[in-house]
Design a protein around this ligand. Structure first.
Ligand code: SF4
Length: 296
């Protein structure tokens, strides 16, 4: 595992278009790279400048930069949900030492921006107090369907502990992740699960999705999204994921080759079918499919 401190010039990314699922207009990444090392991670590898798995850059001056950016946006009344984080895990172990994510959330609270916290880590519990404060006082953009100022979204790709260990080697177990959602709810926070990405032919059958959603039906919402596999380089998700398939699921290699033959995403047919199935299951368990008020 390697860490390096870097100085940055900007932190707050404004999206061209609001994300229709997570409702974020902005994203903030306190770190570059991620120690959780998920095989399917599109932020590792050549797509974003050859970040090696396990190599993490700590954006040391992030709070200082963000303060200026939020001040400017707030002055212009440009409120919008901020995703923390979109391309790194904001609660890696190193966060215990740096406290960067916490400092960022404090600024988000002070400037009254709403937040979507995206995580797989139990360390998020440390900041439940702050996330609750943000939720209470955030100024929501007028045109959002979201009804709260703060959401915690915990992501999972499977509930099978053995598969999760292979595919997401640095992340807490699925059971621990589900417990985060339960505890967040008990704390009074809006919290749900993103089964993103589900793994084709491993965790995406109707039976498997039914089981997965049934296990989190106590949550405020659920999302289900398909896998993306990109690139040919040694650290690219497609290369790393196919290595996993060859070792543990050689019978699936051919099927995956066909699914990802041309594009980094499965066919439209596959994604529409996935959406229809998960909509049906979410309805069965009476859980919102997408953020409450923003059904997808
Ligand atoms: S936790 Fe997220 S950012 Fe980190 S490796 Fe996994 S998918 Fe990538």
């Amino acid at each position: 595992m390697g860490f390096e401190f870097v100085e940055i010039k900007s932190l707050l990314n404004r999206h061209k278009k609001r994300d229709p699922w997570f409702q974020d207009d902005y994203s903030v990444n306190p770190y570059k790279g991620c120690s959780f090392n998920c095989l399917y991670c599109y932020t590792l590898g050549s797509r974003y400048g050859q970040a090696e798995p396990g190599k993490v850059f700590i954006k040391a001056n992030a709070p200082e930069i963000l303060e200026k950016e939020l001040k400017r946006r707030a002055k212009r009344n440009q409120y919008g949900f901020i995703a923390v984080s979109s391309s790194t895990e904001p609660y890696m172990k190193i966060e215990e030492k740096t406290g960067l994510t916490r400092k960022i959330l404090e600024l988000i609270r002070d400037f009254r921006f709403p937040v979507v916290v995206l995580t797989k880590s139990t360390l998020v519990k440390r900041d439940f107090d702050l996330i609750r404060e943000i939720g209470k006082n955030a100024i929501l953009p007028r045109d959002t369907c979201a009804r709260d100022g703060a959401f915690i979204i915990v992501s999972l790709s499977t509930l099978d502990e053995s598969t999760a260990r292979k595919v997401e080697p640095g992340a807490p177990s699925p059971e621990e992740r589900i417990r985060i959602v339960r505890e967040a709810k008990e704390y009074g926070l809006s919290a749900g699960v993103a089964f993103i990405p589900v793994l084709p032919f491993i965790s995406d059958s109707e039976e498997s999705l039914d089981h997965m959603i049934s296990q989190v039906k106590f949550a405020d919402f659920v999302f289900v999204g398909s896998l993306t596999l990109f690139g040919k380089g040694q650290f690219d998700s497609k290369t790393r994921y196919f290595r996993f398939l060859e070792k543990y699921h050689p019978d699936l290699v051919k099927k995956y080759r066909s699914l990802f033959r041309i594009f980094p995403v499965p066919s439209r047919n596959y994604t529409e079918n996935l959406l229809n199935i998960t909509r049906k299951i979410a309805k069965k368990y009476r859980i919102s499919h997408g953020l409450p008020g923003c059904d997808i």
